[in-house]
Write a protein that binds this ligand. Structure first.
Ligand SMILES: Nc1ncnc2c1ncn2[C@@H]1O[C@H](COP(=O)(O)OP(=O)(O)OP(=O)(O)O)[C@@H](O)[C@H]1O
Ligand SMILES: [Mg+2]
Length: 438
C-alpha cells in the first residue's frame, strides 16, 4: 500500500486504556515486524506518546502540522523502539473543514506502514477525523458505560460506511471478577457487545498492577509492557493484539480498498502527470474511492482539483441542491449537461457564503440558475469543501463543474474527451460571466 494503514484508538469514556493500547501496540507491531514502518500520533494533550517515544530534543513540528497540510513524513521523527512518532500538541484547534478531510489528507500521502492515532475521551473534530480516516478502529471497553458509549462512534462510522472497521477490545479486565458462579464479568461484557452486533476481539487486556505502575511513577518516561512488564499476562495479550492488527493489515490489499488502491496505480499509469497530480481519489460526498467505476467528473476551476462522484452520491448531491430532479438530469438522451456551482465566499460578500447552482446544456448554454440555501445542509457543505479543497469560510469566488453523465476515469481523462471538456468548461464560464453570474 502506498498510503498508511490507519488505526484509531477511540472511546468517549476516559481512562479505558486507549493510550496504553495505542502506545504499546506501536511497540509490539515494531517488535513483530521490524521492517514495517510504524508511526504514532496523538490528538490528546497528555504527551504520553512523547513520554514513551521521544528520543533527543523535542521535534520542531507537532501533530498540529497535520492540519496545516504538512505531509506526515515531514512531521514524524524516529523515536524509541524504532517507532516513529509525531510530537503532541496541547493547543490543537479544530479546523473549519469537515473531519473527513483528514482521511483524504492521509490517503493522498506517500507514507507507508501503519499509523496509529490516539484520541481524546471526547467525540470532537479530531476523534471524528481519526475515526473516518481509520482502516481499523479499536475501542477499549472496560464496563457497561464504555460499551454504551461505543454507539456514538459506531454511528459516525456507519454514516461514513465504515462500520465494519470497528472492533471492541475488552480492556482493564479483572479476570477474576464474576457476575455469578458461571460467568466472568468480561465474558458477559463481550456477550452483551455481540448481542448489540459489535465485532469484539477474542483477545482482552487484563488489569495488571505492574502495568499500572509503568505509568504512575515519578519518571517522566513511560515504559512499554514489552520491555518492563514482560512477565505479565498483558505481555502475551498485546502480542496477540498486534498479531490481529497485522492480519488486518496484510489482508488490506486483498480487500476492496486495497484492490482499489491497486486499481488507482493502474489508472495512474494511463493518465498524464498533470491529471494525476490534481486527481482526488475519493468521492467528495462519501469519501470512499471513486475511481473504480463510472462516476460524475467534477472540476474546481480555482484549485484545478478534479475527481469523480459516485452516481448514487451525485443523486444525493442533486437532491441536496433541491433544484433539479436527479432523474430529470439523467433523462437527457445521453447528452452531457453541466451542473455548474458558483460560490461567492465571505472574501467577497462578508460572513455569509452564497451558493448558486446553474444548469447548462451540452453546448454550454444556460438553462436555469437558482440560489441554494446552505444552512442545515451539512453533507452538501462538506462535499463542496472536498471539491474545492478549502473550507467554505476561505472561499472567494469559486466555480465547480460537474458532468451529468457518468464516465469511467480513463475515458474522461483520455485526450479527446478531456479536450472537449475543456472547451465546454470555457463555454460555461463565459456564459456565466456574460450573464453576470460568475
Ligand atoms: N492493562 C492495564 N492494567 C492496569 N492499569 C492499566 C492498564 N491499562 C491502562 N492502565 C492504567 O489506567 C489508566 C488509564 O489508562 P490510559 O491512560 O491508557 O486510558 P485512556 O483511555 O487513554 O485515558 P484518557 O481517556 O484519559 O486519555 C492509566 O493510569 C493506566 O496506567
Ligand atoms: Mg489517553
Amino acid at each position: 500500500m502506498n498510503r498508511p494503514f490507519v488505526i484509531a484508538v477511540a472511546s468517549e469514556k476516559g481512562g479505558v486504556g486507549k493510550t496504553t493500547i495505542a502506545t504499546n501496540l506501536a511497540v509490539y507491531l515494531k517488535a513483530l515486524r521490524e521492517d514495517l514502518p510504524v508511526t504514532i500520533a496523538s490528538f490528546d494533550n497528555h504527551f504520553s506518546v512523547d513520554q514513551m517515544f521521544a528520543l533527543g530534543p523535542r521535534p520542531e513540528r507537532s501533530v498540529a502540522g497535520l492540519l496545516e497540510d504538512i505531509p506526515p513524513a515531514d512531521l514524524a521523527v524516529l523515536g524509541q523502539y524504532g517507532v516513529q512518532y509525531i510530537a503532541s500538541d496541547n493547543r490543537l484547534q479544530a479546523p473549519s473543514c469537515a473531519p473527513a478531510w483528514l482521511r483524504q489528507r492521509l490517503h493522498s500521502t506517500a507514507f507507508s506502514g501503519i499509523m496509529i492515532l490516539d484520541t481524546r475521551p471526547i467525540l470532537d473534530w479530531f476523534t471524528e477525523a481519526a475515526l473516518l480516516a481509520a482502516d481499523l478502529v479499536l475501542v477499549p471497553i472496560k464496563d457497561r458505560a464504555s460499551l454504551v458509549n461505543a454507539s456514538a462512534l459506531q454511528q459516525i462510522l456507519t454514516a461514513g460506511e465504515r462500520a465494519d472497521r470497528l472492533w471492541l477490545v475488552p480492556s482493564l479486565v479483572d479476570s477474576r471478577a464474576r457476575l455469578n458462579a458461571e460467568v466472568k464479568v468480561h465474558e458477559f461484557l463481550a456477550y452483551a457487545a455481540r448481542e448489540r452486533d459489535y465485532q469484539v476481539l477474542d483477545i482482552y487486556i487484563s488489569k495488571s498492577p505492574k502495568v499500572e505502575g509503568l505509568a504512575s511513577g515519578f519518571s517522566s518516561r513511560l515504559r512499554p509492557v514489552l520491555t518492563h512488564a514482560r512477565n505479565t499476562a498483558v505481555h502475551g495479550q498485546f502480542k496477540c493484539l498486534a498479531e490481529f492488527v497485522l492480519t488486518r493489515f496484510d489482508a488490506e490489499p486483498a480487500d476492496e480498498r486495497g484492490r482499489q488502491a491497486g486499481l488507482t496505480q493502474d489508472v495512474f499509469t494511463n493518465i498524464s502527470t498533470g491529471h494525476r497530480r490534481r486527481l482526488v481519489l475519493e468521492c467528495p460526498l462519501c469519501c470512499c474511492q471513486s475511481l473504480a467505476d463510472d462516476g460524475h467528473f467534477y472540476f474546481d476551476i480555482r484549485s484545478r482539483r478534479r475527481g469523480f462522484i459516485h452516481p448514487g452520491c451525485f443523486k444525493q448531491i442533486c437532491s441536496d441542491l433541491s433544484l433539479y430532479d436527479a432523474d430529470g438530469l439523467y433523462d437527457t438522451n445521453g447528452q452531457n449537461y453541466t451542473v455548474a456551482l458558483t460560490i461567492d465566499g465571505p472574501g467577497l460578500i462578508g460572513p455569509e457564503c452564497r451558493l448558486t447552482v446553474h444548469l447548462c446544456d451540452a453546448d454550454g448554454e444556460l438553462l436555469d440558475s437558482e440560489e441554494v440555501e446552505l444552512n442545515g445542509r451539512k453533507s452538501l457543505v462538506d462535499s463542496l469543501e472536498m471539491m474545492t479543497g478549502r473550507s467554505l469560510d476561505m472561499t472567494y469566488r469559486e466555480l465547480i463543474l460537474v458532468n451529468s453523465l457518468a464516465t469511467y476515469v480513463e475515458t474522461q481523462l483520455a485526450d479527446d474527451a478531456y479536450r472537449s471538456f475543456v472547451l465546454r468548461r470555457r463555454q460555461v464560464a463565459r456564459t456565466l460571466r456574460d450573464a453576470g453570474l460568475f
